[in-house]
Design a binder for this molecule. Structure first.
Ligand SMILES: Cc1cc2nc3c(=O)[nH]c(=O)nc-3n(C[C@H](O)[C@H](O)[C@H](O)COP(=O)(O)O)c2cc1C
Length: 367
């Protein structure tokens, strides 16, 4: 298969590969810059950037300052940064989501990716049409709601959608009964449904609304398969953890290398969603109620502090630092296949070679 270019709004990337956001600094610098340098989309995540020790009063300011610093570091070419376009991912359920979005736009970020929640009024927060707005969705229904609402209220359409399927790492936009019916809620099926919802809007607008797929994409052949079905590109998370440039601690990456298929578990996250993790001692301690809940700033609107059992921001941060006794390890369903840590450049080359080797063809409408 020919490797198609990847167009999002006015931006053209050489390769249809998107590095997913990985919260609480797993996808912090220098990872997004290294991905961008390979002609792909690198994503800075704003989730949990603020010092874990901030308090209720300082949380918003500390998070904002940490985001400004993270953007600057990602761009610092003397220290592994890039001058290429980077995306910023925000979690809709954060209490300071709009502050993070406006701060990033202020600092010149031109691509905002919104996950966990409906970005109903995002065009109001970012009225500048040169900033690409990309909602993460898990169903065609949600795509339809956003398209209609934005058209009616803001005369605007998303610049792309990312479908996060049920095999993704981290929080999932699916209920347990949906996870129990993988053949119905497969990424392929949702992709076809989303493409059908998007098509009339594309015709009306006279432009493409690229649809990107995520969740369980592991090889170039997987990407080629999704491209052949009409996806514009693929977002990967788990594979980017297993790179030299990912700043997670060696212990975190080792947990990826050690994970077997039976070690992967779905948990009820304190934020009110399901999440995919690697089983570890920390989860046993949570189950035995041995973890003390200590919430310094109630950062996530949907987090029920009384019943949560543990602070997810702190647990993810601990894991990222390598304290797995007290940490939660988010991972995708294919993490058991990870057997090597490699440079981003090598990973992208491997994925591109896999796309090129595919006998499948791009749909006739592709760029
Ligand atoms: C460690 C980890 C942390 C993640 N954190 C976030 C996050 O903060 N925001 C988000 O939108 N997605 C998050 N995700 C999802 C990824 O961006 C990506 O869409 C997903 O992992 C794709 O599936 P894959 O891991 O099978 O490639 C996370 C995934 C992992 C593995």
């Amino acid at each position: 298969m020919r490797v198609p270019k990847f167009k999002i709004g006015q931006f053209v990337f050489e390769r249809p590969i998107w590095q997913g956001a990985m919260g609480v600094r797993v996808s912090a610098h220098p990872l997004p810059a290294a991905v961008a340098e390979e002609g792909c989309v690198g994503t800075i995540t704003s989730m949990g950037l603020g010092s874990i020790d901030a308090d209720q009063k300082t949380f918003i300011r500390v998070s904002r300052e940490a985001l400004v610093e993270e953007i600057a570091k990602s761009r610092d070419q003397n220290n592994g940064g890039t001058d290429k376009t980077l995306a910023l991912n925000v979690m809709g359920a954060l209490i300071n989501v709009n502050d993070l979005v406006t701060t990033a736009v202020d600092k010149g970020i031109k691509m905002i990716v919104w996950g966990a929640g409906i970005p109903k009024d995002l065009p109001q927060v970012v009225p500048d049409p040169s900033v690409c707005l990309v909602p993460i969705i898990s169903s065609a229904k949600l795509a339809g709601i956003i398209l209609k609402w934005w058209q009616n209220h803001y005369g605007r359409a998303p610049d792309a959608f990312i479908i996060e399927g049920m095999k993704a790492g981290g929080h999932l936009g699916f209920k347990q009964e949906q996870l129990d019916q993988p053949e119905i809620y497969s990424l392929e099926n949702i992709l076809q449904e989303v493409l059908a919802v998007v098509r009339p809007y594309e015709q009306q607008l006279g432009r493409k609304i690229p649809v990107i797929v995520a969740g369980g994409i592991y090889t170039g052949a997987d990407i080629a398969y999704m491209l052949s079905l009409g996806a514009a590109g693929a977002q990967l998370g788990t594979r980017f953890v297993a790179t030299d440039e990912c700043p997670a601690a060696p212990e975190f990456k080792q947990a990826y290398l050690d994970a077997r298929e039976e070690d992967i578990e779905i948990i009820h996250s304190p934020v009110g969603m399901l999440g995919r993790v690697i089983k570890n001692r920390f989860l046993e301690k949570v189950a035995a109620k041995q973890v003390k809940m200590n919430c310094p700033y109630h950062c996530i609107k949907s987090c029920d502090i009384k019943t949560a059992g543990f602070c997810i921001a702190r647990a993810l941060f601990n894991a990222k630092k390598g304290d797995l006794e007290n940490g939660l390890i988010f991972a995708g369903a294919n993490v058991w296949r990870v057997n090597r840590i490699m440079p981003v450049r090598e990973l992208i080359a491997e994925l591109v070679a896999g796309i090129e080797a595919s006998p499948l063809e791009l749909p006739s409408t592709s760029a």
